[in-house]
Write a protein that binds this ligand. Structure first.
Ligand SMILES: *[C@@H]1O[C@H](CO)[C@@H](O)[C@H](O)[C@H]1NC(C)=O
Ligand SMILES: *[C@@H]1O[C@H](CO)[C@@H](O)[C@H](O)[C@H]1NC(C)=O
Ligand SMILES: *[C@@H]1O[C@H](CO)[C@@H](O)[C@H](O)[C@H]1NC(C)=O
Ligand SMILES: *[C@@H]1O[C@H](CO)[C@@H](O)[C@H](O)[C@H]1NC(C)=O
Ligand SMILES: *[C@@H]1O[C@H](CO)[C@@H](O)[C@H](O)[C@H]1NC(C)=O
Ligand SMILES: *[C@@H]1O[C@H](CO)[C@@H](O)[C@H](O)[C@H]1NC(C)=O
Ligand SMILES: *[C@@H]1O[C@H](CO)[C@@H](O)[C@H](O)[C@H]1NC(C)=O
Ligand SMILES: *[C@@H]1O[C@H](CO)[C@@H](O)[C@H](O)[C@H]1NC(C)=O
Length: 275
């Protein structure tokens, strides 16, 4: 009896493994074999070359389309707004070369590399808000950081920043806002550096929708972190908080030292008067 159950379990387990294998098959099958690969690939190479060339001309964002249906390829790149034009171009050049090598026969591809994002697809994605793929990296929560110290200013700062992005289309880099602030609190002072950005293909309303995804992600992962980078296909957020500096009094002495000094003098006077 138990042997039959054992056999059954083994069979079930094998079936489970087999179905796992079968399930993972389609996701690896990104190649569309019905297409003429040569036409699609040559359109893709045109798109990647166009994007590379536009980044060399100093753009922070560009879109490019090549080919007729069903072999049309849609592509774009976006650089984060606070890097130089040269860094943007370098980033797009290495990302497009990386895509060309690793995704030789794929219908679509997406690269987030440090300072830029490059993608292409056989389906148009312009003006759409997309929730995936997304990534977030952030500093581990440090128990020596007082939580009240961060979450007093950080969420407010981020809300303020995110509110400004959709209407900041007049700057040289559209939909990009950055901010630096020196914050002084009783516990000490620190600097917050933060930036938020939307891809220019979005309309202002969808820029807001995208940033809502970012803020949601922020409150789930990173509101207690010293730094974070959250990236969605059409918008992003980054911030960094410098180390806490102890409060300095106007005499240029640390508050603790000052209080200690006063106490010391008071005790000395008390002792002297007692004598
Ligand atoms: C996956 O690729 C194989 C060839 O490698 C092909 O026979 C199969 O039809 C493909 N499956 C899908 C869902 O495209
Ligand atoms: C990009 O620039 C290179 C060098 O100037 C040129 O050969 C190539 O044709 C350009 N690509 C496209 C798609 O215009
Ligand atoms: C905003 O994004 C949604 C979802 O991706 C899309 O369906 C809609 O067309 C977009 N709106 C505009 C005005 O582009
Ligand atoms: C936590 O913060 C303290 C003081 O800011 C620092 O010395 C320490 O290295 C941090 N630890 C980690 C794991 O980041
Ligand atoms: C700040 O963090 C503490 C500890 O995680 C939490 O209890 C408190 O509700 C947070 N305050 C705000 C305003 O988010
Ligand atoms: C861009 O801004 C982020 C967040 O404010 C900061 O961490 C990063 O160092 C900045 N990059 C450059 C090149 O200034
Ligand atoms: C694509 O780029 C062109 C300029 O090259 C611009 O006029 C157009 O608005 C862009 N389209 C989208 C959807 O971003
Ligand atoms: C945050 O800022 C500090 C000091 O400016 C810098 O050393 C550190 O590399 C930054 N971290 C990130 C993730 O940008």
């Amino acid at each position: 009896m138990t042997r039959i159950i054992k056999h059954l379990l083994v069979a079930l387990f094998c079936f489970f493994l087999f179905s796992l294998g079968a399930m993972s098959q389609p996701s690896q099958n990104l190649t569309d074999c019905n297409k003429e690969p040569d036409a699609y690939q040559s359109n893709r190479n045109t798109v990647l070359s166009t994007l590379r060339n536009r980044s060399s001309l100093g753009s922070y964002y560009s879109n490019a389309t090549a080919g007729l249906k069903p072999n049309t390829v849609y592509g774009m790149f976006l650089c984060i707004g606070n890097i130089s034009k040269t860094s943007c171009s370098d980033c797009v050049h290495s990302a497009t070369s990386g895509i060309a090598e690793t995704c030789e026969s794929h219908d679509s591809s997406f690269i987030f590399s440090g300072d830029c994002m490059v993608r292409y697809s056989d389906v148009s994605f312009y003006s759409l808000v997309e929730a995936s793929p997304s990534t977030s990296s952030y500093a581990p929560i440090n128990s020596s950081d007082s939580p009240k110290f961060f979450n007093k200013t950080l969420p407010g700062k981020i809300d303020e920043l995110v509110l400004k992005v959709p209407s900041s289309s007049s700057s040289p880099i559209p939909y990009f806002v950055e901010d630096q602030e020196h914050v002084s609190q009783l516990e000490g002072s620190y600097d917050i550096e933060a930036m938020a950005q939307c891809s220019p293909d979005l309309d202002p309303r969808n820029c807001t929708v995208c940033l809502e995804l970012v803020v949601q992600q922020f409150s789930e992962c990173c509101s207690q972190s010293r730094w974070a980078r959250i990236l969605f296909p059409k918008c992003l957020l980054r911030y960094n908080i410098s180390a806490l500096q102890p409060t300095i009094t106007s005499l240029g002495v640390r508050k603790g030292d000052f209080i200690f000094g006063i106490t010391f003098i008071a005790i000395m006077i008390a002792l002297l008067m007692g004598l």
